[in-house]
Design a protein around this ligand. Structure first.
Ligand SMILES: Nc1ncnc2c1ncn2[C@@H]1O[C@H](COP(=O)(O)OP(=O)(O)O)[C@@H](O)[C@H]1O
Ligand SMILES: [Mg+2]
Length: 324
């Protein structure tokens, strides 16, 4: 079966910023694929490229087998997009909102009414259909927004951090809604900052940072990889690679590995770093780290159920190990 999304060497630059940097990704049809990464990793840029809302600088992108760069109009006919910010109209009812969207899709009045009612039913919002959206809870709005992207019966639904900012109950409700969509045959690409969310929903997970893929696999594969404590550090300048490597060597159980291509040093046993105080004790290095990846179920994690955790350090910001 043709993959629903295929990206090869996809690159998007904004001036000096490489939001996507030779990104390779294949999302299979018939499931949820999660794009996991910290803030600024390039998730929204990728979703926007798939949605043909921006044009890539270089590389290949196919959506449902269609060349997205050559035929954006055709791609728009197979996708639906819902984002972090609900785009529904608060002064209208839920039903009116969806009817309006359906009319914009060119449905006649009767068909629009019917498909709006169907979508509300699907998302468990039938009872609230005649209420003004301004009286909806945040979770209900987000579900209605999801509904608006379903009206056109897309083959591929793009969800950009759909649960960010939702309370735990609304998050669970939205997860259920997404599961039932996939059961009905809609393919989903979902971005998230939470491994737990990817674990709950996705068959395949692609982890990106700095615009390119750093790991991919099923949630179980990624978790078992995360079962080993790993610390990975990318300094601001390549000159610091050697210094970081020497500190890691002093405090880690096994020798660190330096990857000149990705400009990262990685070493097993992050706990040793924490207790040994290597970085915490070295102010010369501490402020210059940009990204720290810790894969460890043993570290107390800020995110429930996560064993792969991302800490982004800005210049002059510090972090202690293990993170509390
Ligand atoms: N329109 C834009 N102009 C300039 N820089 C941008 C623009 N959109 C995104 N970026 C930059 O590209 C990088 C990736 O951003 P984004 O795709 O929004 O990340 P994410 O969604 O993973 O948080 C960031 O450094 C961001 O600041
Ligand atoms: Mg984003």
């Amino acid at each position: 079966m043709t993959p629903i999304i295929e990206a090869h060497g996809l690159t998007k630059t904004f001036g000096d910023i490489r939001a996507l940097d030779h990104l390779d990704l294949v999302a299979e049809s018939g499931c949820v694929t999660a794009l996991l990464g910290p803030n600024g990793a390039g998730k929204t840029t990728f979703v926007s490229a798939v949605a043909t809302l921006l044009s890539p600088t270089s590389g290949e992108l196919r959506v449902a087998g269609i060349d997205a760069r050559a035929n954006p109009k055709q791609v728009r006919q197979v996708i639906g997009l819902a984002g972090q910010y609900a785009s529904v109209e608060p002064a209208m009812t839920g039903l009116e909102n969806l009817e309006m969207v359906a009319r914009l899709f060119g449905f006649d009045r009767r068909t629009a009414k019917r498909s709006a009612a169907e979508v509300l039913e699907r998302l468990g919002l039938s009872d609230a259909g005649d209420r003004l959206v301004r009286d909806y809870s945040g979770g209900m709005r987000r579900r209605l927004d999801l509904g608006a992207s379903l009206v056109g019966r897309p083959r591929l639904l793009l969800l950009d951090e759909p649960t960010t900012g939702l309370d735990p109950r609304s998050r669970l409700e939205l997860w259920d809604a997404i599961r039932s969509l996939v059961a009905d045959g809609t393919d989903v690409l979902l971005t998230t900052q939470y491994l737990e969310e990817a674990d709950q929903l996705a068959r395949d997970v692609v982890i990106i940072d700095h615009g390119h893929v750093i790991a991919s696999g099923t949630p179980d594969e990624l978790k078992s990889r995360g079962g080993r404590d790993v610390i990975e550090i990318r300094p601001h300048t390549s000159a610091e690679l050697a210094v970081i490597s020497s500190i890691l060597e002093a405090v880690c159980a096994e020798p660190p590995r330096t990857d000149d291509d990705t400009q990262r040093v990685s070493a097993p046993d992050a706990v040793a770093v924490g207790s040994g105080g290597g970085f915490g004790a070295n102010p010369a290095i501490r402020p210059r780290m940009t990204t720290v990846w810790i894969g460890s179920p043993r570290l107390p994690s800020a995110f429930l159920g996560m064993n792969l955790m991302v800490i982004l350090l800005q210049e002059n910001e510090t972090v202690s190990f293990p993170p509390s």
